[in-house]
Design a protein around this ligand. Structure first.
Ligand SMILES: O=C[C@H](O)[C@H](O)COP(=O)(O)O
Ligand SMILES: C=C(OP(=O)(O)O)C(=O)O
Length: 350
């Protein structure tokens, strides 16, 4: 029979839980930014990229935004190798597409798994956020030096304080779109943000998130100097919906997009969508991204100019691999990606 716990037993259990929790000091956002500073020229370039992304998303520039790159970054050399090829391709098609590289440093997991370079850069399972922050910032600076705008998913509500000055487009993922904390964070972000539809395929959570993200908020946070602070945010007017499918159902077809646009219009928010050709839309079969991208671009050519963006998961080598001592260079450790040759051919064909 279960006996009720006495107050004394409860206290000792709580105490031992506190003692088991370890805290490791991290640099403040200001300290990390000072250690890996961004030049004034790069800051101006990033402001220019954000403005271009904003204009595409609001239909003031008739190009299509393509956010593309690996599902996650685990090897900076491979990421830079990919980035150099992407930069050449982006320049070649810059009259039609605004290409932004996915540099995803945090992975939201359905249950548990490797959470990305930021948390566990050496993939030992022990976590090393200090090293993860340093390596992530160094990588984003190097990508910026190559002349590429960078996209990432904002998962930890504090990450953007450390790295956000280097990012031109941000995603709030399907697992966090409904979170008030993430909506508050978006309200203070200086770049356009895409809210994914929920993992069940529902678009209402993302539309609510757009409304909340556009609103000013006051919330708890940590100042750039590392102290607890009330953060007051102005609201972000540059958010949009990302259709990624859900619960085994796709939502990139004409009818799904028309329904989503109707809901956006009714809600009085930006009537613009990006289609994520991967995730539940591709049912985790990377090659399906090619037919999806072609289908969505055909809808756009047929007159649906509220389709403003595509997302693709692509890396150097097709597919994915499990983590091991003998990793295939340039192959994803998380979701499967298109290989480079397929990617290049796809973008040219679009
Ligand atoms: O984009 C990557 C994954 O789809 C996402 O992080 C969830 O991954 P998981 O279901 O393997 O945990
Ligand atoms: C995790 C991702 O997507 P989603 O939130 O749609 O699952 C992603 O784009 O890497």
């Amino acid at each position: 029979m279960n006996m009720p716990l006495s107050a004394e037993t409860l206290d000792s259990q709580q105490l031992s839980r506190c003692q088991n929790r370890q805290e490791t000091r991290l640099p403040t956002a200001l300290e990390l930014r000072a250690q890996f500073p961004v030049s004034e020229a790069a800051t101006r370039r990033i402001a220019g990229y954000r403005e271009q992304v904003r204009q595409v998303l609001h239909g003031e520039d008739d190009r299509v935004l393509i956010v593309m790159g690996p599902c996650s970054i685990h090897d900076e050399d491979a990421a830079l190798d990919y980035a150099r090829r992407l930069k050449a391709l982006a320049d070649e098609v810059s009259d039609r597409f605004l290409i932004v590289m996915r540099a995803y440093l945090e992975k939201p997991r359905t249950t548990v798994g490797w959470k990305g370079l930021l948390y566990d850069p050496e993939r030992t399972g022990d976590g090393n956020l200090k090293l993860g922050l340093e390596r992530s910032r160094r990588l984003l600076l190097a990508l910026t030096d190559l002349g590429l705008p960078v996209a990432t998913e904002a998962l930890s509500p504090f990450m953007m304080d450390y790295l956000g000055d280097l990012v031109s487009w941000t995603a709030i993922g399907a697992r966090t779109t409904e979170s008030q904390i993430h909506r508050e964070m978006v309200s203070g972000l200086p770049m356009p943000v895409g809210f994914k539809n929920g993992t069940d395929g529902g678009t209402a959570v993302a539309i609510n998130a757009m409304k909340s993200g556009a609103h000013p908020h006051h919330h708890m946070g940590i100042s750039h100097c590392g102290s607890p602070a009330m953060i007051s945010t102005p609201g972000n007017p540059d958010t949009h919906l990302v259709l990624r499918g859900g619960r085994g159902m796709t939502n990139y077809d004409e009818l799904s997009i028309a329904r989503a646009l109707e809901e956006l219009e009714l809600a009085g928010v930006n009537r613009a969508v990006m289609v994520d050709c991967s995730h539940d839309n591709a049912r985790k079969q990377a090659e399906r991204q090619m037919e999806i991208a072609r289908d969505v671009m055909a809808q756009r050519r047929a007159g649906n100019d509220a389709i403003r963006g595509l997302m693709l998961e692509s890396f150097l080598v097709f597919g994915r691999q499990d983590d091991s001592d003998e990793l295939i260079y340039g192959c994803s450790l998380t979701d499967p990606c298109l290989g480079w040759e397929q990617t290049e051919a796809l973008i040219r064909s679009l």
